[in-house]
Design a protein around this ligand. Sequence first.
Ligand code: PFF
Length: 477
Amino acid sequence: MKSVRSVVNNANAKMITTKITAGFASKVGAILAVAGSAVGLGNVWRFPTETGSNGGAAFILIYVLFMLILGVPVMVTEFVIGRHGHKDVTHSFLSLSGGRGGWRWMGLLPVVAGFLVLSYYSVVAGWTLYYAFEAGLNGFAGKDAAQYAADFAAFSSHPVWPSVWMALTVTMTCAIVALGVRRGIERGAKIMMPLLFLFIVVLVCCSLTLPGADRGLTFLFRPDFSKVTGQTVLSAMGQAFFSLSVGLCCLCTYACYFRKDVDLMKDGLKVATIDTLVALLSGLIIFPAVYSVPGLQPDAGPSLVFITLPNVFQQVFSGVPLLAYIFSLFFYLLLVMAALTSSISMLEMAAAYFHEEWRVSRPKSAVGVSLVCLLLGTACSLSFGLLAEVKVFDMTIFDLFDFLVAKFLMPVGSLLMCLFVGWVVDKEIVRQEITNQGTLRSPFYSLWFFLVRYVAPLCILLIFANELGLFGFIQKP
Ligand code: PFF
């Protein structure tokens, strides 16, 4: 027998679906799309790199803590804002603020952020596509360690090829976004996310059987708190933001397409769980593999994925070239899919604005945003070669974009959204959104609201104070 709650849920969902122009067709589709945005290079590339250079398990524990007290609460805040407006982000801020205090200008955040983040992210996504292509051609076989480093340096500083691979990823992203929310974004996530999991599971199984895998596991799971510094704490916080895609209104944009019967709190937790699981599983692929080659350490920084790992894959499977081939190919395809599901959400952030606010058709909007990103992305790409000497505030163009997004826009955006939902929006509206008009119990509501009102803003302000150098006790390495 159907419960009263589910009947009300269905009725609500029906009422709203008649109002919206685009939306995810199913709850699973919505979760997979948001998880697709969250799971990306941040999990498979940035997380192992950060864990490697911040001492392993202790970093992971702090990271998980920040996911819970910062990442998930801000994510749910974005869901509340996005779903309430049910159209686009500008509309959401406008209707929730009642037009007061200039909050509607927050609708521009996803546009600016979308351009910036996609421009530099697609450079690295392009590298992964090239590496998948190379792996497919068995191009990593028969080289020595120095050659991998030289090849990567030559490729990333080349004046043309990295930009071509970047353009390819942007084109693929554009094609999916142009197809629309259901036929493009949701269907893409429904195909790519299960494939991504399959690849991860196969790779983890292979990696765990390697000799020396236990040392990788120890590194990943035995915390050494003597390695924790203030910088570790800050890195963990930054990683939690980046990995969950919070603070740029990207999740607000997706939440505009949610049905009214989506449980925002539960789905936020589900996405965070998937995201953390993928990050940990990526660690389970990478660290046992790295430790199984004598003399290699996992703290290689960003070069880990493009220099250390191709070498590792060839060396650990040196007796069985077919396995080396399959492992490399699967790994880089995994990276390509992870990057693609995230870059889709980045393009959608900006494209949705022009589509909804300027009434430009979806394909035209997607192509227009992509063209601008191609220009900016080329500048980012060339900052590893021709434009390496062009510095702004002592940073290359790529580093500047990364800094603006990860160190500035994400925390500021998160802070503003917490202040907005915690202090500006009518509490009753917030409760109605979280409890789906009173049809859900939401036992964590009060805790979440407390975190959004006090804890998250305070933590973010502390990061900024530190960035401004107000705390001598947090040492930068
Ligand atoms: N969360 C993505 C990752 O881990 O790779 C990156 C990301 C996606 C950041 C979307 C920001 C964003 F709006």
